[in-house]
Design a protein. Structure first.
Length: 276
């Protein structure tokens, strides 16, 4: 009897998880399918999920109208650059808070997290003026800096959580063996926290890749990433849903593929230290 209840519970959880997963993925599936429709079929009422005339004309039109690969490389450079810079700052900061905490460490962590609650539009004008006066407007360097600052609280918090799970005695033993601070962080702490650092890296790349507010307001043409590439298909003439869907599919495809192949590492990192 107990085994039957356990089996039904597992089936119920599996069905629920599958349903939630389908609900989350459905908008992405709809976008991908719409990208293969004509403009008339994209706005048809009632809409058709699979029964339509499949075409690649939207992808051809998008390629002819925009330089996809220029936007793609801008996204890669901005995402990877902000992630690397963020890790270079966050690893020492998280180390000091985890292993050399002070009286105000928790207050500092809470203050850092509270900055994420500030609406970005509240600081848009000063940042825009600073970037304009320093020549960082519409530059990849400027976006790397601002996205690093925007995501740094999350990076520090995640790394702090992972580092707290590492026994401090191991680092003390390394110091007794003569390890310098640099060696302690690079050769002792970092290898032990690889799952946590990897998941933090992947999450930051995803956040930077999907960032739209700052990329749309601080770029025009030279440093425009894929989020600006998508926004360019919203015009005064109206929305071209099929072409917009094609542009969106081309923009999200790289990050979806990255997430798919790194899902085990991401889950492993997010659950790092959860079981002792």
């Amino acid at each position: 009897m107990a085994r039957a209840i356990s089996t039904r519970k597992k089936i119920g959880v599996t069905v629920l998880a599958g349903t939630l997963g389908l609900m989350i993925f459905f908008p992405i599936l709809w976008t991908i399918l719409t990208s293969f429709k004509t403009e008339a079929e994209a706005i048809a009422d009632p809409p058709s999920l699979f029964n339509f005339h499949w075409t690649l004309e939207n992808y051809t039109a998008v390629q002819e109208r925009s330089d996809y690969f220029r936007h793609f490389w801008n996204s890669v450079i901005i995402s990877v650059g902000s992630t690397v810079l963020g890790l270079l700052i966050a690893v020492p900061a998280a180390w000091s808070m985890a292993f050399v905490p002070g009286k105000r460490t928790k207050d500092i962590l809470m203050w850092m997290l509270s900055t994420k609650m500030l609406p970005p539009v509240g600081v848009l004008i000063p940042i825009y003026l600073i970037f304009r006066d320093t020549g960082l407007l519409d530059s990849r360097t400027g976006l790397v800096i601002v996205l690093t600052l925007m995501n740094l609280p999350i990076i520090v918090w995640m790394l702090y959580t992972y580092f707290r799970e590492i026994p401090g005695e191991i680092l003390e033993a390394a110091r007794m063996d003569g390890a310098s601070l640099r060696s302690e962080i690079l050769y002792v702490l970092t290898p032990m926290a690889v799952p946590g650092i990897a998941s933090t890296l992947l999450l930051n790349v995803i956040l930077a890749w999907n960032e739209a507010f700052w990329t749309l307001n601080l770029t025009a043409a030279n440093a425009a990433p894929l989020t600006a590439f998508i926004a360019s298909y919203s015009s005064p003439e109206g929305l071209f849903y099929a072409k917009l869907s094609a542009a969106s599919t081309m923009a999200i495809a790289p990050i979806l593929i990255l997430g798919w192949f790194s899902q085990k590492q991401l889950v492993r990192g997010l659950t790092f230290g959860a079981v002792k």
